[in-house]
Design a protein around this ligand. Structure first.
Ligand code: NDP
Length: 460
């Protein structure tokens, strides 16, 4: 994967005349927060037809209210590494909107994390959580801490120091964080232990993504990747196509990418490429996922190691990205703005028929335009990757009732929720005059539900 991903790509999108001044205020009020600007522009672009049909949303300032977080917390995280060196990181929690339920959204540990990135993720999360139909509000958090190369002890020290401040702001009925890039089961475990120690309470529902031995839910680990492929299957099905025999390229090799690959295989597709920030692997015979899981989840190694372990026709391409390969389906599952206009053109030239976003905002506006003009089926992240947060809500349900559901039952619930997410996006796109446009459908369906709840609750 190229090293320059993650930069904002603001496009010259035309907005409804009533929404342009609102966007101008967002730009003025949040200087330098380019990813946040990009996310807001993309949503407002879809909402023009809603303004025409429901002028009351404009009169009651629903758009302005949604663009301003309810609360933004920034704090210092001091910790000491194994050599005795003191480090200072910066951490964030943006509690964006609580109209539908407690703030809900992951924590990201990556050196690129800043306020603008956390706000873009929190803003997207409002709409994503809304489309699931579940009682969860939107929030996001994280730190510019880089977990790569750190020992378990250092990770634990950082997580404990991070929680020493975060605990004041979260709670089962207030704000329920989960994982994201750089935050998996290990980190959630350390944070949960520290929260329990500080508060002297076993409040299982305060974090999701917990281990199965202490309140986690079956399928939560797999949920985002699995859910993505359920959505993809429904989108292909609506176009009278299937995944069977399709070649698939996937970026990333973390939680979302690996479990998306697993479900693609279960539905008869063949994954031929995966990547990390160093480069990508190409295996025309189909990626052996057991090798990938061992490298990434057990040994915490680099994807390049796959080639020697696998042998055969597998190759590693340093610095390159998977979008230059020919494939029927592309699943960007690494990070924001990792697939640009040129990448999209290359995929189209290679015969891609469907693209579904596992990551948040991985395709630039220019790339989305290329797919749209080429008639490629396109599933936006805020709908297609909603399976993770939906299963987090199922984890909260199990914690509240002190229950633990079986794998098959939980996966069936996930599949049902993703089917509903797909159908509500498709229905909103139809109703507002853009049939087949899942971007418009997701933004509109997400906006309407959260706005109705905000309207009912008054100006708060
Ligand atoms: P992981 O940390 O498990 O994996 C992230 C993968 O993406 C790694 O392969 C990593 O490579 C690569 N990557 C991350 N940042 C960059 C970067 N700046 N440049 C190049 N490559 C990068 O994260 P997840 O799989 O959990 O998350 C992936 C995406 O999915 C994110 O956008 C996240 O917000 C989104 N998402 C995750 C959900 C979840 O449940 N986990 C839910 C919904 C969305 P390397 O190891 O080399 O850094």
């Amino acid at each position: 994967m190229a090293g320059d991903v993650g930069r904002c790509k603001l496009d010259h999108m035309s907005l409804h005349p009533s929404l342009q001044p609102i966007f101008d205020t967002v730009l003025h009020r949040n200087p330098g927060e380019s990813e946040f600007h990009q996310a807001v522009q993309e949503v407002l672009h879809s909402l023009g037809p809603v303004v025409d049909k429901h002028p009351e949303y404009l009169e009651l300032s629903m758009f302005e209210r949604l663009c301003e977080p309810e609360r933004q917390i920034i704090f210092r995280v001091p910790w000491i590494d194994e050599q005795g060196v003191v480090h200072i990181n910066r951490a964030f929690r943006v509690e964006f909107n609580s109209s539908l339920g407690p703030y809900k959204g992951g924590l990201r540990f990556h050196p690129s994390v800043n306020l603008g990135i956390v706000k873009f993720l929190g803003f997207e999360q409002i709409f994503k959580n809304s489309i699931t139909g579940l009682p969860i509000g939107g929030g996001k958090g994280g730190s510019d801490f880089d977990p790569k190369g750190r020992t378990d002890l250092e990770i634990m020290r950082f997580c404990q120091s991070f929680m020493l401040e975060l605990y004041r702001h979260i709670g089962e009925y207030r704000d329920v964080p989960a994982g994201d890039i750089g935050v998996g089961g290990r980190e959630i475990g350390y944070m949960f232990g520290q929260y329990k120690r500080i508060t002297n309470q076993y409040e299982a529902g305060v974090l999701t993504g917990k281990g199965l031995s202490y309140g986690g839910s079956m399928v939560r680990t797999e949920a985002t990747g699995y859910g993505l492929v359920y959505f993809l299957k429904d989108m292909l099905g609506a176009a009278k196509k299937t995944l069977d025999g399709r070649s698939v390229v996937i970026s990333g090799s973390g939680n979302v990418a690996v479990y998306a690959a697993e479900k693609v295989e279960a539905f008869g597709g063949r994954v031929i490429a995966l990547s990390d920030s160093g480069g990508f692997i190409h295996d025309p015979d189909g990626i052996d996922l057991e090798i990938v899981k061992q490298i990434k989840f057990v040994d915490r190694g680099r994807i390049s190691e796959y080639v020697t372990r696998r042998g055969g026709r597998a190759t590693y391409h340093e610095g390159g990205n998977v979008w230059r390969l020919e494939a029927d389906v592309a699943l960007p599952c690494a990070t924001q703005n990792e697939l640009d206009e040129d990448d999209a053109k290359s995929l189209v030239a290679g015969g891609v028929i469907a693209v579904a976003e596992g990551a948040n905002m991985p395709c630039t506006p220019g790339a989305v335009k290329v797919f749209s003009e080429a008639g490629v089926l396109f599933a936006p992240g805020k709908a297609a990757n909603a399976g993770g947060v939906a299963t987090s809500a199922l984890e909260m349900q199990q914690n509240a009732s002190r229950d633990a559901w079986h794998f098959d039952f939980t996966e069936a619930r996930l599949a049902e929720i993703m089917g509903d997410v797909h159908d509500s996006c498709a229905a909103a796109a139809d109703e507002y005059g853009s049939p087949g446009d899942y971007v418009a459908g997701a933004n509109i369906a997400g906006f309407i539900r959260v706005s109705e709840a905000m309207l009912a609750q008054g100006v708060v």
